[in-house]
Write a protein that binds this ligand. Structure first.
Ligand SMILES: *Cc1c(COP(=O)(O)O)cnc(C)c1O
Length: 389
C-alpha cells in the first residue's frame, strides 16, 4: 500500500466534509431544495469575492471563465493589454487572439512580477486599449502580481482590469468592490477545495456596461443570460449539481474560519515552505514577489535532471507536486500550499523532498527543511489546519 498526498497547485485536496457531500444522491436542479443550496452558494461567493455583484457560476474549468471574460466584454478588433508573466498570462494573449482582438503583450522574465512603471509605459503608449488582462498569482512561476497597482493604473487610463485570481482568490485579500477590480475570476479545483468543473466570474458595473456592447460570438458562455438566470436561483443550462453542493460546504468551511484567518494561514504556509527550501540550500524562482499559493523552486546545479524530483516524489513516495512547464521544464519544481492545506501538509511535502534530494545526491543535513518549517509554525503558535473536519 502507498498513501498518496496531493501537493500540486490544482487540483488540490478535497476536505472530508466536502467529499461526503459529493457522494450523495443527485437532486434535480429545478427543485426548491437545490435552489436553496444555489442561493446559499450565491451569497457565499459574494462574501468570498467581497462584492455586491452577482458571481456567475459556469460549468467549466477556470479557463472557461477566462474565455467568457474575453468573449463577453469586447468587440472584434478591440485592443487589450495582456501581462504575460508565465503560462497563464500567455493564455490571456492566446484567448484574445482567437477572438480577433489586438493583444499588446507585456512579456516578463519567468518569476518576475510587473512593476507599476512598466505597466504605465505600455498603457501610455496604448491609450486606445480597452482593458488590462493579468493574473493575481502566476501559478506557473509562483509570482505574485501587484493587483492593487494594476487595478489603479488601469482605472487611471480608462481601462478595465480583468484579474485571473484562480490561485489567489481565497488565498490572499482581493476585495473586489473596495479595490474596484472590474472582472474577478476563479476556479473550483484551486482554493475552492472542490473537484474541477466549476468556474466563477464576477463583473463590475463598468464591465457589465462593456458587456452590453460586445459583438463577439458566444453561446454557452453568455454572462448576461446567466446573470438573469442566477437572480432566479437558476442557471441557463444544467448546472454541475454535485459540485455546487460541494461548494456550499467548502464555503461554509471558509466562513467558519473567516477571511482574515484564511489569508493568514496561507501566508504562514507559504513562509514555512520558502524557509524550508532555502534551508536546504535551494533558491526560489520568484524570490522578490512570491505567491502565497505556490512556491516555485529552482532545481539546484547539483542535480542534472530536474524532472526527476517531482517524478520520484510521486512514483516512489506518493507525494504529487508539480514540475516546470515549457521553458521551465526540468528547471523548477512547484510546491503548493493553498486550499485544504495545513502545517502538516507542508512538513510532509518537505520531508519527501528531502528524501528525494538526498537520493539525487544534493548535499544538506537531513531535517534542515522540516526544521525550518516547524520553526515558523512554532513561532506563530499555529494550530493544525483550522478548517479541520
Ligand atoms: C489553474 C489555473 C487556470 C485555469 O486552469 P484550468 O485548467 O482551466 O482550471 C488559469 N489561471 C491560473 C493562474 C491557474 O492557476
Amino acid at each position: 500500500m502507498k498513501k498518496n498526498y496531493l501537493l500540486a497547485p490544482g487540483p488540490t485536496p478535497i476536505p472530508e466534509r466536502v467529499a461526503a457531500i459529493l457522494g450523495q444522491p443527485i437532486p434535480h436542479h429545478r427543485t426548491p431544495g437545490f435552489e436553496k443550496i444555489f442561493q446559499e452558494t450565491r451569497d457565499g461567493l459574494r462574501w468570498l469575492f467581497q462584492t455586491k455583484q452577482e458571481v456567475i457560476m459556469l460549468s467549466a474549468t477556470g479557463t472557461g471563465a477566462m474565455d467568457a471574460a474575453v468573449s463577453n466584454l469586447f468587440r472584434r478588433g478591440d485592443k487589450v493589454v495582456t501581462v504575460n508573466a508565465g503560462k497563464f498570462g500567455e493564455r490571456w494573449t492566446k484567448i484574445a487572439k482567437v477572438y480577433g482582438l489586438n493583444a499588446v503583450e507585456i512579456k516578463l522574465a519567468p518569476g518576475s512580477a510587473i512593476t507599476a512603471a512598466e505597466l504605465e509605459k505600455t498603457l501610455t503608449a496604448n491609450p486606445d486599449a480597452k482593458a488590462v488582462l493579468f493574473q493575481a498569482s502566476e501559478t506557473s512561476t509562483g509570482a505574485r502580481m501587484p493587483v492593487r497597482e494594476i487595478v489603479d493604473l488601469s482605472k487611471k487610463h480608462g481601462m478595465l482590469s480583468v484579474c485571473d485570481a484562480i490561485t489567489a482568490l481565497g488565498v490572499m485579500d482581493l476585495p473586489m468592490d473596495d479595490w474596484g477590480i472590474d472582472v474577478l475570476i476563479t476556479g473550483a479545483q484551486k482554493a475552492m477545495m472542490i473537484p474541477p468543473g466549476l468556474a466563477f466570474i464576477a463583473l463590475s458595473d463598468a464591465a457589465w456596461k462593456s458587456a452590453a456592447t460586445s459583438d463577439l460570438p458566444k453561446f454557452y458562455f453568455n454572462l448576461a443570460k446567466e446573470l438573469e438566470a442566477h437572480r432566479k436561483n437558476q442557471t441557463a443550462w444544467t448546472p454541475a449539481i454535485s459540485l455546487v453542493m460541494g461548494l456550499a460546504e467548502s464555503l461554509r468551511m471558509l466562513k467558519e474560519e473567516g477571511l482574515p484567518a484564511v489569508f493568514a494561514r496561507h501566508e504562514l504556509l507559504a513562509t514555512a515552505t520558502r524557509n524550508a527550501v532555502q534551508a536546504l540550500g535551494l533558491e526560489i524562482l520568484a524570490e522578490k514577489n512570491p505567491s502565497p499559493a505556490v512556491t516555485a523552486v529552482k532545481v539546484p546545479a547539483s542535480i542534472a535532471d530536474g524532472k526527476k524530483i517531482p517524478k520520484l516524489m510521486r512514483d516512489k513516495h506518493g507525494v504529487t507536486i508539480a514540475g516546470g512547464q515549457d521553458e521551465l521544464e526540468g528547471k523548477i519544481f512547484r510546491l503548493s500550499h493553498f486550499g485544504y492545506c495545513g502545517p502538516f501538509d507542508i512538513t510532509t511535502g518537505i520531508s519527501c523532498l528531502e528524501l528525494v534530494l538526498a537520493e539525487l545526491g544534493h548535499k544538506f543535513t537531513f531535517g534542515a527543511g522540516v526544521g525550518a518549517a516547524l520553526k515558523v509554525f512554532s513561532a506563530s503558535g499555529a494550530q493544525p489546519t483550522v478548517t479541520a473536519t
